[in-house]
Design a protein around this ligand. Sequence first.
Ligand code: NAI
Length: 256
Amino acid sequence: MDIGIKMTRLGDSHALVTGGASGIGLAIAKALVKRGARVTITSRNLDRITEVANSVAGISGVALDVTDSVSVDKAFNAVGPVDILVNNAGTALAAPFETTTLEQLSSVMAVNLTGVFLCMQAVLPEMRKRNSGRIVNIASTAGMHGYSYASIYSAAKHAVIGLTRSLALELARTGITANCVCPGFTDTEIVATAIANIAKVTGQSEAEALAELVNHNPQKRLVTAEEVADTVLWLCGENSRSINGQAIAVAGGEIM
Ligand code: NAI
């Protein structure tokens, strides 16, 4: 059924998805390809990029560590101008605040915040020249409220939302928009690892640990990566031009 959502002609677009070789990023990359975009995924793992590029037509890849400014410059120079940037690379840490170390703080901030900062700086000069572009940062419901044992992850995701809102204002008189998509607990590797960790630390079964996470969502289920991807697609649409500086929860009503 055509529900009348007018999408940007993504066939003309080059989209880049960081951390696009797995989970939510891979679902976004596949959804963008379906809309006709040429998609570059990035990963630190070249083998994984090759595996994805060989199995999904329309996706190519480049090695990139988002925390390293030299690696970011090299990758963005290699792939050329980007019309749609999806900052998806991220890492989570579950730990009580009082035992969290400075090193853990630095490393979670480096991936989740510095990575977004560096990649946005890399694409903006060309987007400004063309006066068009879409930036979508995958934050989290943890960027909109707190969760116990997730203090630095939550801090990093709150920071991404603040960064995006302020940049959106600076870009408002251009044809570029910047927004965040904020998934709730989503069925990917990050959540599988979290469930295993919770089970290990608390002595619960993995089923009990999963039930605890799912309980945050009023729909009592995990979000799917494809649901997050469709929200990203919508933000890339021509008629989403007025959506700017928003943090959009994809979480079954957990945030309202
Ligand atoms: P994932 O672990 O499959 O994806 C994370 C990706 O980031 C991986 O491909 C990983 O290789 C990449 N990455 C990590 N550090 C990197 C670095 N230094 N340089 C380049 N790439 C790096 O997990 P998932 O769930 O697909 O996560 C994607 C995004 O969604 C993350 O930003 C995460 O914080 C966010 N998110 C996930 C939720 C979930 O429940 N799964 C909920 C809310 C947000």
